[in-house]
Design a protein around this ligand. Structure first.
Ligand code: AMP
Length: 267
């Protein structure tokens, strides 16, 4: 990759992914290709961002299909390192971002962001992009990576694009493939809860605990759903709010059967 990098036309736009691509990923690739003469996409299911009881082994993979989709989207380079190449024996340097990695996803998945920031920093060092593209779907990830880039003077631009959704509102995710038809229907409850929060805020409701309670009540009506968290937080500190005062991140993590899904809206 380093050798090939020397021959690429500047500037390079970069889209890191874990593969099993869908329209959400492809929207990032298309935008990278519009903004830059060269688009590099990585496919790497990063073992260090999965907890010991999480789905690293089961995570869906389909390289042939991914490559066909990326070719159609005019991707210039696809970087697919192996776990051994990214983490050779003895590799023991880590990138840690502070307080904001302890809330929300960080609270539920203790080592998750430690793995994310480390692999993204490594990928940035290898690919040396001028711009990197991330989805709003993983809102905390974008906030954490933007902070890492600023704090560590990485000197690239982070571009965030809107969440791409299925017709019923479900945010596209590689993990949606785990859902059986009944669960797939039930999964609509995540975006329904966010729409409810949006409506309440539009009507002038400012009481964050009331909005959290109404979202929780709606999700509890769905028997297949089990709430991990429902959050109304300051979009910069990610601390929970009493009063809705934009910029606000309304986010949730809900298990549908055995599949943990996340979604959010930014106000
Ligand atoms: P992943 O393969 O899940 O690591 O995701 C790779 C990138 O695609 C991340 O920046 C995600 O935020 C983004 N992404 C995933 N799902 C969506 C979606 N539904 N809409 C927009 N971006 C997404």
């Amino acid at each position: 990759m380093r050798q090939l990098r020397l021959q690429l036309t500047e500037p390079v736009g970069f889209v890191p992914t874990m593969g099993y691509l869908h329209e959400g990923h492809l929207s990032l690739v298309r935008r990278a290709k519009i903004d830059n003469p060269t688009a590099v996409v990585s496919i790497f299911v990063n073992p260090t961002q999965f907890g010991p009881r999480e789905d690293f082994k089961a995570y869906p993979r389909d390289t042939e299909r991914d490559l066909a989709l990326l070719e159609k989207a005019s991707t210039d380079v696809v970087f697919m390192p192996s776990p051994e190449e990214m983490y050779p024996p003895g590799c023991d340097s880590w990138v840690e971002v502070g307080e904001i990695t302890k809330q929300l996803e960080g609270a539920s998945r203790p080592n998750h962001f430690h793995g994310v920031t480390t692999v993204v920093a490594k990928l940035f060092n290898i690919v040396q992009p001028a711009r990197a593209y991330f989805g709003q779907k993983d809102a905390q990830q974008v906030i954490v990576i933007t902070k890492m880039v600023t704090d560590l003077n990485m000197g690239l631009e982070i571009v965030t694009l809107a969440t791409v959704r299925e017709p019923d509102g479900l945010a596209m995710s590689s993990r949606n493939t785990y859902l059986n038809p009944e669960e797939r229907k039930a999964a609509g409850v995540l975006s329904q809860a966010l729409s409810l929060a949006y409506e309440l805020c539009s009507e002038g409701e400012m009481d964050a605990s009331l909005i959290r309670r109404k979202m929780t009540e709606l999700i509890r009506q769905q028997p297949l759903a089990e709430i991990d968290y429902v959050s109304i937080a300051d979009a910069e500190t990610l601390k929970e709010l009493d009063t809705v005062n934009p910029p606000v991140l309304i986010s949730l993590a809900v298990k549908i059967g055995r599949t943990r899904l996340i979604d959010n809206i930014m106000l």
